[in-house]
Design a protein around this ligand. Structure first.
Ligand code: MG
Length: 220
């Protein structure tokens, strides 16, 4: 079992299912040449893809092109089934910064053929996460600077206020489909600036002044 690491807390919360959103920032949808949708688009990542701060992203032999996607992660603290938007924040426990690592070459083939993204998104080490912060420390999760540097150079920089959907809407929408359970993690999608990562790169992700994540990259 894998547990979150909370800042300033011994809290033990097991990491549950990982629900990811796609196309939640207009500029990222534009760079990918896709349209945003009225309802959020969802896919899942396995818990086995989690790594922590100072971990290593492994480039699998099946892919020649991994991309970084820096994202705000929302941790669930309470069970939520068909929860209305006005109550959705009661289910949120905290936040973290995450990378939704994507085998872009495998995903491109999947998109072209109408196949699912489980392979492109699901390899081991494809979900690096930072230590978590409790929601009480985050008065407004939709006004946070989100940044990713590679080898010291800024590659992605945005504010969560550019996200198309509110946290309330995301939690409520997902809870109408699958029961959200304590420890589940929602990756809320990436802003523009995604690009390739290579062996030897050092990635630093940052969520405002709240939390950060440093990982490197190696071949299998
Ligand atoms: Mg993503």
């Amino acid at each position: 079992m894998t547990y979150y690491k909370f800042q300033d807390s011994e809290k033990r919360v097991r990491i549950g299912k990982i629900i990811c959103l796609a196309r939640t920032y207009t500029e990222h949808a534009r760079e990918m040449n896709v349209h945003v949708t009225e309802d959020p688009l969802l896919f899942l990542k396995p818990t086995s893809s989690i790594i922590f701060d100072h971990g290593t992203i492994i480039i699998p032999k099946q892919s020649q092109c991994l991309h970084h996607e820096v994202e705000l992660g929302v941790i669930l603290g309470k069970k939520a089934k068909s929860i209305p938007e006005e109550n959705a924040m009661h289910s949120v426990l905290g936040y973290l910064v995450a990378l939704d690592i994507t085998a872009r070459d495998i995903q491109a083939v999947a998109k072209k053929n109408g196949w699912p993204w489980a392979i492109a998104k699901g390899f081991d080490t494809f979900a690096p996460i930072s230590d978590a912060v409790m929601k009480e420390k985050v008065p407004d999760p939709l006004n946070l600077d989100l940044m990713l540097r590679i080898n010291g150079v800024v590659k992605q920089r945005a504010n969560t206020n550019q996200m198309i959907y509110s946290i309330e809407r995301i939690v409520s929408f997902i809870s109408e489909i699958m029961t959200l359970e304590p420890g589940d993690l929602i990756l809320t999608g990436t802003p523009e600036g995604v690009g390739e990562i290579k062996e030897g790169d050092v990635l630093e992700a940052q969520l405002d002044r709240l939390c950060s994540l440093t990982v490197d990259v190696k071949h299998e």
